[in-house]
Design a protein. Structure first.
Length: 104
């Protein structure tokens, strides 16, 4: 009997999810190393990294029933990573660095 649901796939095997995990881990390390723990940016950056990762996972699971929901959640993940990128660029800018150069 044919299933009405799309074929299941483990979101953990997705390259995008594995990269998102790395972004989350590196962002956590970065925040602990280079920012003050009381800085609101720390919470925002970690939340953006987490949101990106979790929305990929949630989108993949939701995609078993609705491709539209999967696409929407994937776009939310992308927006979260765009927000995170802007935070990293702000960090460099206020410290006199430029993208691709590193920081002092």
């Amino acid at each position: 009997m044919a299933s009405l649901l799309r074929p299941s796939g483990d979101y953990r095997s997705l390259l995008s999810y594995r990269k998102a995990e790395q972004i989350y881990d590196l962002t956590s390390y970065f925040c602990k190393t280079y920012l003050l723990s009381r800085d609101r940016t720390v919470d925002q950056m970690i939340q953006a990294a987490r949101s990106g990762k979790q929305n990929i996972a949630e989108g993949k699971e939701a995609g078993l029933v609705s491709m539209e929901t999967e696409i929407k959640l994937t776009n939310v993940a992308r927006a979260s990573f765009d927000e995170l990128l802007a935070d990293y660029e702000d960090f460099l800018r206020v410290r006199g660095g430029r993208v691709g150069e590193g920081f002092p």
